[in-house]
Ligand binder design. Structure first.
Ligand SMILES: [Zn+2]
Length: 435
């Protein structure tokens, strides 16, 4: 009875919320108050694929759901940002029958790393994709070791892991569980030495001797070997080979595959999504076909025209690896460029940490871009960081009032790359201000 009331109340709030634009988590929040063991009362008819990790969770979750739908299956999925227990509860109570049955062929859930113990206690995934682990909002989450232990403690024995073969950290998860490995072979963009300040796995996680990398894809993601204990990149079943970034094509399991978002991390994550779907029962050809038509959300990557100039918006998470990746993408593009660094993390978290800016390798932009524009409520913090990194005052400018950004941008030239470190895409209406 309690369960039924929780579901009905949750659905009612969801219904009303659609008109007042309230938080997507509220229905689940209230339902969990009414029925604290709500999550374990649902009965899954299909298979449950969970996705966690520091970067690429949302896109991987959407990609997996896209592949499954394209292959003709019904899917329940949590919407963007609803990856904590209340968000998961909201998804389930709006997707179930009144008796708590989830009739879909697949349940695909993005789960915040810290919430894996809470969610998996009640709802055990058949498959768990772990994209990677990096230092990420350390004030909120703790360091990667702490996050690793949280995920480790959460993994049920029955769960098949889908792991990144190029990430020495997450490969250590639940060694007794069955596992499928995805990754990418050396590409034209791989580097022999790390060019990033953030390298979260310099020593072997097994024996603590120095870890050697044959090549890096980015940060600590690459082909690694410990010369002391032999820990190394394992055999990768879903390996992107023959990667052609310009065309967005690669080969996986001998079949030609393609992506519309042609970056290193997206191709690796696509292999992860294909691995998850095939392991969960989708034919390889269908999985590859689905991945080829997937579009990254416009909230996360968009191209537009701003007063006759091409502009590219890239949403990054507020962690160094994510912003480093957006910088890499910018540098890989041809032509003259202006970079807008938009950082505002005072608006929506209780934590006001900006120390992570000192782990981003902004130095790579030096001499490669026409101008850097610092904007958002952390504009001056970015400026201080750039100064510390050796940038001179003619290399960047600070816009502390967003309405002025359009005028300031006129003083610059080339394609505008807006790197917005935020949780919600077009943060503060920066696009409106620029238009
Ligand atoms: Zn070792």
């Amino acid at each position: 009875m309690k369960f039924l009331i929780a579901v009905l109340v949750g659905r009612f709030i969801r219904f009303v919320g659609k008109f007042v634009n309230r938080s997507s988590n509220l229905p689940g929040q209230v339902a969990l108050k009414i029925c604290p063991d709500l999550l374990q009362r649902f009965t899954l008819q299909g298979k449950f694929i969970a996705v966690t990790g520091s970067n690429g969770k949302t896109t991987s979750t959407n990609l997996i759901a896209h592949i499954l739908r394209q292959a003709g299956y019904s899917v329940a999925i949590n919407t963007e940002g609803s990856n904590l227990a209340p968000g998961v509860a909201t998804t389930l109570l709006t997707s179930c029958t009144l008796s708590g049955k989830l009739p879909q062929d697949y349940l695909v859930l993005e789960v915040d790393e810290r919430f894996t113990p809470i969610v998996f206690k009640d709802l055990q995934p058949d498959y768990l994709v772990v994209t990677n682990l990096f230092r990420d909002q350390v004030v909120r989450n703790g360091n990667p070791d702490i996050v690793f232990e949280k995920i480790q403690s959460a993994i049920p024995k029955k769960t098949t892991l889908i792991l990144n073969g190029n990430d020495p950290i997450t490969l250590q998860l639940a060694p007794e569980n069955s596992r499928v490995i995805f990754g990418m072979e050396k590409t034209s963009r791989s580097a022999e030495t790390s060019e990033f300040l953030t390298q979260d796995c310099k020593v072997c996680p097994k024996c603590f001797h120095k870890l050697r990398y044959n090549y890096y894809h980015y940060n600590h993601i690459g082909d690694f070997v410990c010369d002391f204990c032999g820990y190394r990149t394992p055999e990768i079943q879903y390996m992107a080979t023959d990667v052609n970034f310009e065309a967005g094509t690669f080969v996986v399991q001998g079949e030609n595959a393609s992506v519309t978002y042609k970056t290193t991390f997206h191709i690796i994550n696509t292999c992860g999504a294909i691995a998850a779907c095939v392991t969960a029962g989708v034919p390889l050809a269908k999985a590859i076909q689905g991945a080829a038509t997937f579009q990254v959300s416009k909230e996360r990557y968009d191209e537009m025209d701003l007063s006759g100039r091409k502009a590219v918006l890239m949403l990054t998470k507020q962690n160094p690896t994510s912003l480093d990746q957006s910088i890499s993408y910018t540098l890989e593009q041809p032509g003259e460029k202006t970079v807008v660094l938009h950082v505002n993390n005072v608006l929506y978290t209780e934590k006001k940490d900006i120390s992570w800016l000192y782990d981003v390798t902004f130095e790579r932009l030096k001499g490669k871009v026409n101008k850097i524009v610092c904007s958002g409520s952390r504009a001056y913090d970015i400026a201080v960081r750039l100064r510390q990194g050796g940038f001179t005052s003619d290399e960047f400018l600070v816009v502390d009032q967003l309405p002025q950004i359009k005028e300031e941008i006129k003083k610059t030239s080339g394609t505008i790359y807006i790197l917005a470190a935020s949780a919600f895409g077009n943060e503060d209406g920066i696009l409106e201000a620029l238009k």
